[in-house]
Design a protein around this ligand. Structure first.
Ligand SMILES: Nc1ncnc2c1ncn2[C@@H]1O[C@H](COP(=O)(O)OP(=O)(O)O)[C@@H](O)[C@H]1O
Ligand SMILES: [Mg+2]
Length: 609
C-alpha cells in the first residue's frame, strides 16, 4: 500500500527529531530568542532574591536579636520586596511578548507547509482520508508546536536551572540536610511523574482518538444534511454521533482518573518534603541554630521550587502529548504522493494537441481492473466522443489524462510526450475539464467562474458567463453575480453548477478540453444552447466529450464505444449505425425512450445533478 506507512497514532515518547525540526524556526529569530532568554534570566533572578528579602525583613524585626531596625532599612527592604515581585511578573510577561512572534511565525510556516503538502498529495490519498479528522490532526500538530517551543525553552530548561540554584543556595547556607531533602524530593517527583505519565499515555491516546472520530462523524453527517432529511434519519445520525461521544466520554473519564492518580501522588511527595523541611527548620530555630528569618527563607524557597515543579509535571505530560501530535503531523508530511514529477520531467510542449491512449490498462485497486487495453486517439482539433454505460470507465479516462492516476500498463500521450515524463503543472494547465460533478467554493457565482483564471478581467469573466449560457440565470438573481452559492455550491441546481463549470473551463482557454457528461443535468433546451457554445469554443481545440446521452455526440468526428473498460467499437455515428453493434443497440434504446417521453427531461421534477 502506498500510504501504508501512515500509522494511526504515533507512540508518545520524547522525540529529539521533533525538537531538531524546530531549531530552524528558533534560529530564524535568534536575536529575539536571545532577548527573551535575557528576560527569562532576569525574571528568575528576581524570584531568587525574594526569599532573602523576606529573611532579612523577619530577622530585622526580631527584637530579641537586637535593636529595632531603622525606618530607612525597613522601607528599603519592603520596597525591594515589592519591586522584586513586580519585576518577576513583568519580566516574565516581556519574555512571552517578545517570544510570541517566534512561535506564531513557526505556526504559520508549518501550517502553510502542511497545507501545500496536502495539495501535493494525490487524489487517492484524499479519497481515502476523512477531511474532519485530517483538519483536527493539523490543528493539534500546529498547536503542539507552539506549546513545545514555549515550554521547552521557557519552562523545562529554566526550572532545571532554578532547582540547581536553590539546591546550591541551601547547601551553601544551611548544610547538607536541606539540599538532600530537596534533591530527594525532586528526584522522587521526577521519577514518579515520568512513570505515571508513561502509564497514562494509553488513556490520552484513547481520548484523542475518540475526539477525532466523533469530530469526523459530526462533519460527515452535517455535510450530508440533505440526505439525512431525505431519509428522516436525524435520530439515526444522533445515535451514531452519540455512540462516538460515549466512547469519548468513557475515554475522558479514564483519563481524568489517571490525572487524579498522578496529581495526588505528586502532591504527596511534595507534602512529605515540605513537612520534613519545615520540621527540620522549626527544630533548628528552637535550638537557636538558625534564625526565624532562615525558616521563612527555607519555606519561601520550598514553595517557589515546588510550584514550578508541579507545573513541570503537567508540562512534561503536555510536551509528550504535543510531540505525539507533531509526530503525527510529520508523518503526514512524510507521506509521499503516489503521483509525482519524474526527476527529469519537462514542461509539456503542445504543438498540435494530439491526445492518445496506447494500450492503456488500469485499475484503482490491484484486484479490480477498470480499463483493459484501451487504445484510441483524439487527433488535433477534432472532437472525439466516448460513450458507454455508467461504470464503463469513461470518467476514469479523464482522470488518467489529468494524471490523477498513472496507467498500470500502456501510456497516455499528448503530442507524443508520455504524461509521466512531463510536469504535472504544465500538463494540468493545458487541459480544461468540465467534470461530471461540479463542486463549488463557498463564494459568489462570479468569483467561482473567475476561479478558472484568477487574473482574468471582469469583462473576460462576463464573456465566459455569456458563452456558457449562464447570463440569463444570473440576471434573474436579486444579487446577480454576487450571489453566494453555499457550501460546495449546494444552493445551485445541478444544471446551474454545470454551467458555472463550463464558464470556468472557457475562461481557462486551454488547448485541450474534456467534457465529462457536461450536459447531463441540463434540460434539452439549455443543452442545445450549451452544445452550441461547446461547439464554439472547441472549434480548433482538441476535445474529448464523454457522454451518456448519445444524441449529444452525433456530430462528433469519431465516437469511441467503451464497454466494461474495453473499446468495443469506434467510428462516426453513421458508420457505427451501419455496423449494427453495441452503439446501434444503445441508440435504438435511447431513441425509443425519447419517443415515450416526448417532452422529457424538461418535465422531470428536480434535476439529475
Ligand atoms: N477512486 C476509485 N477507487 C475505486 N474504484 C473507483 C474509483 N473511481 C471509480 N471507481 C470505479 O471504477 C469504475 C468506472 O468508473 P467511472 O470511470 O467513473 O465510470 P463512468 O463510465 O460511469 O464514468 C466504476 O465501477 C467505479 O466504481
Ligand atoms: Mg463518469
Amino acid at each position: 500500500m502506498r500510504h501504508g506507512n501512515f500509522s494511526n497514532e504515533p507512540e508518545q515518547r520524547f522525540s529529539w527529531r521533533v525538537l531538531n525540526a524546530l531549531t530552524p524556526y528558533l534560529w530564524e529569530y535568534r536575536a529575539r530568542v536571545f532577548l527573551a532568554l535575557l528576560f527569562l534570566i532576569a525574571a528568575k533572578g528576581a524570584i531568587l532574591v525574594i526569599p532573602f528579602l523576606q529573611k532579612y525583613l523577619v530577622d530585622s524585626l526580631d527584637i530579641s536579636k537586637g535593636p529595632s531596625p531603622a525606618t530607612t532599612v525597613l522601607l528599603f527592604l519592603v520596597i525591594a520586596y515589592g519591586l522584586a515581585r513586580f519585576a518577576n511578573t513583568l519580566f516574565g510577561e516581556i519574555r512571552d511578548t517578545v517570544f510570541g512572534r517566534v512561535t506564531e511565525r513557526a505556526m504559520r510556516r508549518i501550517g502553510l507547509q502542511v497545507f501545500r503538502h496536502l495539495h501535493a498529495l494525490d487524489l487517492d490519498f484524499h479519497l481515502n482520508r476523512q477531511t474532519g479528522g485530517l483538519a483536527r490532526d493539523i490543528e493539534r500538530g500546529v498547536t503542539g508546536i507552539s506549546f513545545l517551543m514555549r515550554f521547552f525553552v521557557f519552562n523545562i530548561a529554566p526550572t532545571i536551572f532554578e532547582i540547581v540554584m536553590v539546591v546550591g543556595i541551601l547547601l551553601a547556607n544551611y548544610g547538607v540536610s536541606y539540599a538532600v531533602i530537596t534533591l530527594f524530593a525532586v528526584t522522587a517527583y521526577g521519577v514518579f511523574s515520568a512513570r505515571a505519565t508513561e502509564w497514562r499515555t494509553q488513556f490520552v491516546r484513547e481520548a484523542n482518538e475518540a475526539d477525532s472520530s466523533s469530530n469526523t462523524r459530526a462533519i460527515d453527517s452535517l455535510m450530508n444534511f440533505e440526505t439525512v432529511k431525505y431519509f428522516t434519519n436525524e435520530e439515526f445520525e444522533a445515535q451514531r454521533y452519540d455512540t462516538e461521544l460515549e466512547k469519548w466520554e468513557i475515554a475522558r473519564r479514564k483519563n481524568r482518573l489517571s490525572v487524579f492518580t498522578l496529581n495526588s501522588g505528586q502532591a504527596m511527595i511534595i507534602a512529605v518534603a515540605q513537612t520534613s523541611m519545615i520540621g527540620l527548620a522549626a527544630f533548628q530555630v528552637r535550638a537557636q541554630e538558625i534564625t526565624l528569618g532562615d525558616l521563612v527563607l527555607v519555606n519561601a524557597f520550598m514553595i517557589q521550587l515546588f510550584m514550578p515543579l508541579g507545573f513541570l509535571g503537567f508540562i512534561y505530560r503536555e510536551i509528550k502529548g504535543s510531540m505525539a501530535n507533531i509526530e503525527r503531523m510529520f508523518e503526514l508530511l512524510a507521506v509521499e504522493p503516489g503521483i509525482r514529477d519524474a526527476d527529469d520531467a519537462r514542461d509539456l510542449e503542445i504543438s498540435r494537441g494530439e491526445l492518445r491512449f496506447d494500450n492503456v490498462t488500469f485499475g484503482y485497486r490491484p484486484d479490480r481492473r477498470i480499463l483493459n487495453d484501451v487504445s484510441f486517439a483524439v487527433p488535433p482539433g477534432q472532437k472525439i466522443a466516448v460513450v458507454g454505460a455508467s461504470g464503463a470507465g469513461k470518467s476514469t479516462l479523464m482522470k488518467l489524462v489529468f494524471r490523477f492516476y498513472d496507467p498500470d500498463a500502456g501510456r497516455v500521450t499528448i503530442d507524443g510526450q508520455d504524461l509521466r515524463r512531463v510536469t504535472q503543472h504544465s500538463l494540468r494547465a493545458a487541459i480544461g475539464i468540465v467534470p461530471q460533478d461540479t463542486v463549488l467554493f463557498n463564494d459568489s457565482i462570479f468569483e467561482n467562474v473567475r476561479y478558472g483564471r484568477p487574473e482574468a478581467t471582469d469583462d473576460e469573466v462576463w464573456d465566459a458567463i455569456n458563452l456558457a449560457n449562464l447570463a440569463q440565470f444570473i440576471a434573474s438573481l436579486p444579487k446577480g453575480g454576487d450571489t453566494l452559492v453555499g457550501e460546495r455550491g449546494l444552493k445551485l441546481s445541478g444544471g446551474e453548477k454545470q454551467r458555472v463549470a463550463i464558464a470556468r473551463a472557457m475562461l481557462k482557454q486551454p488547448p485541450i478540453l474534456i467534457f465529462d457528461e457536461a450536459t447531463s443535468s441540463l434540460d434539452s433546451k439549455s443543452e442545445q444552447a450549451i452544445l452550441a457554445a461547446i461547439e464554439n469554443i472547441s472549434a480548433g481545440h482538441t476535445s474529448l466529450v464523454i457522454a451518456h446521452r448519445l444524441s449529444t455526440v452525433v456530430d462528433a468526428d469519431r465516437i469511441v464505444v467503451l464497454d466494461h473498460g474495453a473499446v468495443v467499437e469506434q467510428g462516426s455515428h453513421r458508420e457505427l449505425l451501419t455496423q449494427d453493434g453495441k452503439y446501434a443497440e444503445l441508440w435504438r434504446i435511447q431513441q425509443a425512450e425519447a419517443r415515450n417521453r416526448p417532452t422529457a427531461p424538461d418535465l422531470l421534477v428536480g434535476d439529475a445533478g
